[in-house]
Design a protein. Structure first.
Length: 262
């Protein structure tokens, strides 16, 4: 195998591996997001259980305490499972990412969900005891407290979703394409091979698009984009800190390099 062919093969494999890793990061964050949204569905079900119990107390005077207990037990179990899923998925995303990001705030919020379960279980038991003792009005008062705790869990899930949405934006790789222009700003067809290097790590990176002008999966950071000199021509270089604000409508950052010729 010729050296140039081997280098091209290695770069292709590297690009594929980076793309797969980034895809796994996004997928695991999506899974964590889904688990957070499932918590909100469980909150809705728990509120329905409390509404049903309240109607049975006020209208029928004969609340089904057994059914209420089963529904709240199922709710708290689901909260534990979904909280564990959120923590596991964001940990997997962090491990797959090609750069470090913190999952601490998500973990804290997920653990708070489980902590609130303890208070919910205490209130559930208090409600059941009140019903058993025919203290229905007292049971209703504790149902109101229980609702506040459950809705607090919903608020925590909202916070988790917002954090994950921010992470998804930050870990999404950038697509950068080089365009050569003349001194008047007009596009040219000049191309003698492009590259860039990460100014923080010193890593040299080469285009992975078929036409050799685009970098398809750059991590956030600061890069210097440049080209190889031809016999009598070359281009300027350009230093760019990647930002979503620089993306065009197609989600691409276009970097202009000015061509010079002797």
């Amino acid at each position: 195998m010729k050296k140039s062919t081997f280098i091209a093969f290695v770069l292709t494999v590297f690009a594929i591996n980076v793309t797969i890793a980034q895809s796994n990061v996004a997928q695991n964050l999506d899974y964590a997001m889904q688990s957070s949204e499932n918590i909100q569905e469980e909150v809705f079900s728990a509120n329905n259980a409390m509404n049903q119990l309240s109607k049975e107390i006020v209208i029928l005077g004969n609340p089904n305490a057994t059914l209420f207990e089963l529904r709240i037990n199922d709710y708290t179990n689901q909260i534990v499972n979904l909280s564990d899923e959120i923590i596991d998925y964001v940990a997997l995303a962090s491990n797959e990412a090609t750069f470090t990001f913190s999952t601490l705030e998500i973990e804290k919020a997920a653990k708070k969900l489980v902590y609130l379960n303890k208070e919910i279980k205490i209130l559930k038991t208090t409600i059941l005891n009140a019903i058993e003792n025919n203290n229905n009005q007292e049971a209703l008062q504790y149902v109101s407290q229980l609702r506040r705790k459950v809705n607090c869990q919903n608020d925590k899930s909202v916070i988790i979703i917002e954090i994950i949405e921010g992470l998804k934006k930050s870990v999404k790789p950038y697509k950068v394409c080089i365009q050569t222009i003349d001194n008047n700003g007009n596009a040219t067809v000049y191309s003698a091979g492009f590259y860039c290097y990460n100014t923080a790590t010193g890593e040299y990176i080469y285009p992975d698009s078929q036409d050799g002008s685009c970098f398809l999966a750059l991590n956030p950071g600061n890069y210097t984009f440049d080209s190889y000199d031809d016999y009598f021509c070359g281009t300027s270089s350009s230093n760019v800190t990647l930002s979503r604000d620089l993306e065009n409508v197609d989600g691409i950052i276009v970097v202009n390099l000015t061509v010079w010729c002797e």
